[in-house]
Design a protein around this ligand. Sequence first.
Ligand code: SAJ
Length: 425
Amino acid sequence: MKKICVIGLGYIGLPTAAIFARAGYDIVGVDVSERVVNSLNKGIVTIEEAGLPELVKGAVEKGKLRASLNPEEADVFIIAVPTPIHDDYTANVDYVINATKAIVPFVKKGDVVIVESTIPPRTMDDVVAPILQEAGLDVQNDIFLAHCPERVLPGRILIELIENTRIVGGTTPVAAKKAADVYRAIVTGDVIETEALTAEMSKLMENTFRDVNIALANELAKISAKLGVNAHHVIELANKHPRVNIHQPGPGVGGHCLAVDPYFIVEKARNESVLIKLSRDINNSMPEFVVEKIEELTVQIEKPKIAVLGLTYKGNIDDVRESPAIEIYQLLARNPRFETVAHDPHVQQGQVAFPLLSLEDALHDANVAVVLADHNEFKTLDSQYVASKMKTPVVFDTKNCTNLDNDYLTLYKIGDLSGLKPIQL
Ligand code: SAJ
């Protein structure tokens, strides 16, 4: 049985390690955090993911999975460390570089080295391979180097790691085959072999495809507000065409994938990535668009109270990373004209630097409630309840998710703003 060394025990590395351990492999998971290493060795998981605690506990108890601060000899190395973004929107590949350097003393002839981290195009050929080559390892013949991006959705990671099609890009055809065989042991979906650069680009284009299409929907929302048409109806009808799939407008695009990955392409081909960059700009403009509409609504009120409902980057999760809702809260809170309060049933007080209120307190005497996440709790909001708490019952639903009734309150949706009128006191 093979031994696998997984570098980075985060959202991808830990589930991957645990799945290989369940399949009978000997796994050593490596992390720079002592807290993560110590917890894992006790069978305790530090990230939230359905089914993961049980899986990890079982693997640790069977002696198939253990953690260490340092890499060790293995047959396969899987690097799954983060690639954050710098302030200038270029990728920070330092963790990938450090992880590669850390495994160098332990990699021997015949080993497979896989990078799962999302990386800018050409990183395998221009950054990772040279580090191994310079350390005296022949990356053309002696070791097998590949990029195998993950494409899982949080909450479904354990299912999607097994069922999704995997793209494995080798720096040589033999490397692609050897790395693909590693995944074939645990994946029930297709495992497709290609070159490293193609794998890097296909991963980035998946998220870019979504980002560009959401930008189109957001642009449609702005156009619709001007022309007096309901963008939600337009999308619904256009999508009846068998080959059309317009995405949904919203308060912007968040998370650490869609809001980040397109920049990795822009960085490497700036002059050519016109549409990709423009789409990022359009999506980034949505928080301001939302705030402008709140300003229009409240122009006649002296100190309007705005209740921000939902802070996460999408519905029914607790993740606030790159969340446009947080940006909207901050834009409102920074403006002394507004009294801004926030409520999110999925977010803990420690996650944000401003007070979180109960729904009741947030709505109390509010002039506008702006819905920024499609949580189930907001989909089932009761019109009479909301109206009874607010000073002027006006709801701005930026996710088109509520089922509120215009008999009790005034409801505006992001794609249907042409009738927007300032609130009269
Ligand atoms: N959003 C819209 N309109 C839409 C769809 C989404 O405004 O029509 C917004 C969401 O509200 C959210 C953002 O886009 O703010 C991103 O949400 P998402 O559900 O599209 O994606 P992520 O970032 O949670 O996960 C994506 C997934 N990629 C694709 O669906 C192509 C996932 O499969 C990837 O594994 C993940 O990125 C990643 O790690 O790259």
